[in-house]
Write a protein that binds this ligand. Structure first.
Ligand code: NZQ
Ligand code: ZN
Length: 392
């Protein structure tokens, strides 16, 4: 087991009706004025935004609102949020929505406390030293941003999607009512389940050894999400299935399943981020579309791990070699994606990549040959190109 740090300061308020406590939770933060940040309308249509505002009113907490966050949240709205917060002297941001809203809130938080361009953090030029704190009311189980240290923003200038991680970005609290996710379109539920699983799979596929407890937690988490995702495809209002998936979403990305793994692989996330930036695909769907291609490409380097995954997660009977068992596991996972109506190829998302686009994706993903991605196999720009090509 590798050395690790585990830090999850976010207070979780989980269950039916938990959003009623939001005013009191914000009050406990001792802030002066709040920005209520939200997306493109789902929280307005279901009445959640009104309920949140009423809860703040009851506590006599001043606030202003900024909606309009889109999936693959844009830098331009982050700039608007920073200006608004400075003008209105906002000192707490309440994100009401999913990963995109939370990530936009985190970025605004960093930007308000920084004299330069907030993109400096996402482009790797600077580290944040301060930020406005963020609280969350979660409406979709997926990104895990409610407990993670990361935030992912898309810069329209060049359509670059880049992440930034800092403990300053960890939410002070996360209100999680699984009932709020029942209005999600099936596609978003499925895409969210893929992302949740991938946050653990990215950590699970690594080059470390002796992680009995972490492996056990990871494997059980993956089986739990698979089981409940299938239930949700037929019964979107099943509370227990929503609850299992929601809690898995947070535990999958708060660091728990990475304890002792040495960090994990994360190549699929890097591959997807370029697809999200260029083609605006749903993040989980993009991950499903590239995973099989990545897995087959790196299988020979991590055959024992893939075999363990196949047997313990996918229920495959061991074959004559680890590689053969691993391959069966990859095929079984693709079959599972298909049952969720998720893509297993990039073309399944209606994107027919040209040669030029595959080269652009590979250039961007390798930061123009300046970095490798992944750890099961360190992928160069040309490896990345081949994975996109095999996934197209
Ligand atoms: O904008 P609204 O109208 O709210 O609609 C959203 C959006 O269209 C809708 N939605 C959310 N809750 C709903 C709902 N519709 C009906 N009922 C509800 N209860 O769902 C759509 C997707 O929302 P989004 O916030 O984009 O989803 P998700 O949570 O999957 O976030 C995706 C973003 O998070 C990033 C992704 O790259 C992507 O940009 N990630 C962030 C991470 C992090 N910060 O730790 C880690 C992840 O790996 C990921 O990269
Ligand atoms: Zn993800």
């Amino acid at each position: 087991m590798e050395n690790f740090q585990y830090y999850t300061p976010t207070k979780v308020i989980f269950g039916k009706g938990s959003e009623k406590q939001v005013g009191k939770l914000v009050r406990q933060q001792g802030c002066g004025k709040v920005l209520v940040h939200y997306g493109s309308g789902s929280v307005v249509r279901c009445g959640l935004l009104n309920r949140i505002c009423a809860s703040l009113d009851r506590e006599e907490i001043p606030y202003t609102t900024l909606g309009g966050v889109v999936p693959n949240p844009r830098l331009s709205l982050v700039y608007q949020g920073i200006d608004l917060c400075r003008r209105e002297k906002i000192d707490f941001i309440l994100a009401v929505g999913g990963g995109s809203v939370i990530d936009s809130a985190k970025a605004i938080g960093y930007g308000v406390k920084y004299d330069g361009d907030v993109w400096d953090f996402y482009s790797g030029k600077q580290q944040a030293e301060d930020s406005i704190p963020v609280g969350v009311v979660l409406t979709i189980s997926a990104a895990g941003s409610e407990m993670s240290d990361s935030s992912v923003i898309t810069n329209e200038d060049g359509w670059l999607k880049r992440g930034y991680s800092s403990d300053l970005g960890r939410a002070r609290f996360a209100v999680m009512n699984p009932e709020l996710t029942m209005t999600l379109p099936k596609y978003q539920t499925a895409s969210g389940c893929v992302d949740i699983m991938m946050h653990t799979m990215e950590r699970y596929f690594n080059r470390s050894e002796n992680m009995e407890l972490t492996d056990g937690i990871s494997e059980h988490l993956l089986r739990t999400v698979m089981k409940n995702a299938k239930i949700l495809m037929k019964e979107p209002d099943n509370y227990n299935a929503r609850a299992e998936v929601m809690w898995a979403g947070s535990l999958s990305h708060n660091g728990l399943t990475g304890c002792g793994t040495g960090g994990g692989d994360w190549a699929c996330h890097q591959l997807e981020h370029e697809l999200g930036g260029m083609f605006d695909v749903a993040h989980g769907a993009g991950l499903a579309a590239v995973w099989g291609s990545w897995a087959r490409y790196v299988l020979p380097e991590g055959a024992a791990r893939f075999a363990q995954f196949a047997v313990n997660v996918m229920g495959v009977d061991p074959k004559e070699s680890d590689e053969a068992t691993g391959l069966k596991g990859i095929e079984a996972m693709e079959m599972f994606y298909r049952t969720l109506e998720m893509p297993v190829k990039i073309s399944d998302m209606g994107i027919l990549l040209t040669e030029e686009q595959m080269n652009e994706l590979a250039d961007k993903c390798s930061h123009f040959r300046k970095r490798t991605v992944g750890c099961v196999k360190r992928l160069t720009r040309d490896d990345v190109y081949q994975i996109y090509r095999n996934a197209r």
